[in-house]
Ligand binder design. Structure first.
Ligand code: GRF
Length: 223
């Protein structure tokens, strides 16, 4: 990995999206008319269905197959080279199912974000909906965060909470959460594009000119 940033363009910011699968969050970003240029979609799997969606929308796609590399370091180096070919201001992980090295996360610090299907710091990792149901939580949700070397635990940008309903299965709960993912991920990217969102040296998130909500989600509801 070359540890030198390329020159940044001042005008319209550019975005590279990394996927591994169906790409519904990627589609939400593509459909959101974001004030940035989507430079490329990169997948670690050649069979990711999301690649076709990107191609249909005329977005450049690239495959960097993790299986072609002997270890995480060499995969991450190749991935960074593929990303840097587009000199993006923002790199969005959208269902990208590889653990990235701390060195990779540090290199893209402040411009690498992820969407996770839980209210972090609860339920990092996989099978979040089944685990939440097993624990009997009444409120679940999703989180967009900056990526650091600490898996699924980077500084939080935005979260959406949903109620867990009687009779929910992992699938019904996942669908309710996914609808919110598709709302909050474009919002986070929009803030980054506008320059109103940043990460400081101490790892704190700064969000300017954003109204704070004045409501609470209570589940089950009060009578
Ligand atoms: C989403 O639930 C996302 O939060 C998680 O992986 C899933 C990807 O779904 N990181 P999709 O590929 O965006 O449809």
């Amino acid at each position: 990995m070359r540890l030198k940033h390329g020159s940044r363009k001042a005008a319209v910011k550019s975005l590279v999206i990394l996927i591994s699968g169906r790409g519904s969050n990627m589609r939400a970003l593509l459909d959101a008319s974001l004030p940035c240029r989507v430079a490329a979609v990169i997948s670690n799997r050649a069979d990711a269905p999301g690649l076709e969606i990107a191609r249909e929308q005329g977005i450049a796609t690239r495959i960097v197959a993790h299986r072609d590399y002997p270890d995480r370091e060499s995969f991450d180096t190749a991935l960074a080279a593929a990303i840097d070919a587009h000199q993006p201001d923002i790199v969005a992980l959208a269902g990208f199912m590889r653990i990235l090295t701390p060195r990779f996360a540090e290199y893209y610090r402040g411009r690498l974000i992820n969407i996770h299907p839980s209210l972090l710091p609860a339920y990092g990792g996989l099978d979040t909906h089944a685990r939440a149901l097993k624990d009997g939580v009444k409120i679940h949700g999703c989180t967009v965060h900056f990526v650091t070397g600490d898996l699924d635990h980077g500084p939080i940008i935005i979260q959406a909470a949903v109620p867990v309903l009687e009779g929910d299965t992992p699938a019904t709960l996942a669908a309710r959460v996914l609808r919110e993912e598709h709302r909050i991920y474009p919002q986070a990217v929009r803030w980054l594009c506008a320059g109103s969102l940043s990460l400081d040296q101490a790892g704190r998130v700064h969000l300017n000119h954003v109204e704070q909500p004045g409501f609470a989600l209570v589940a089950p509801g009060l009578e």
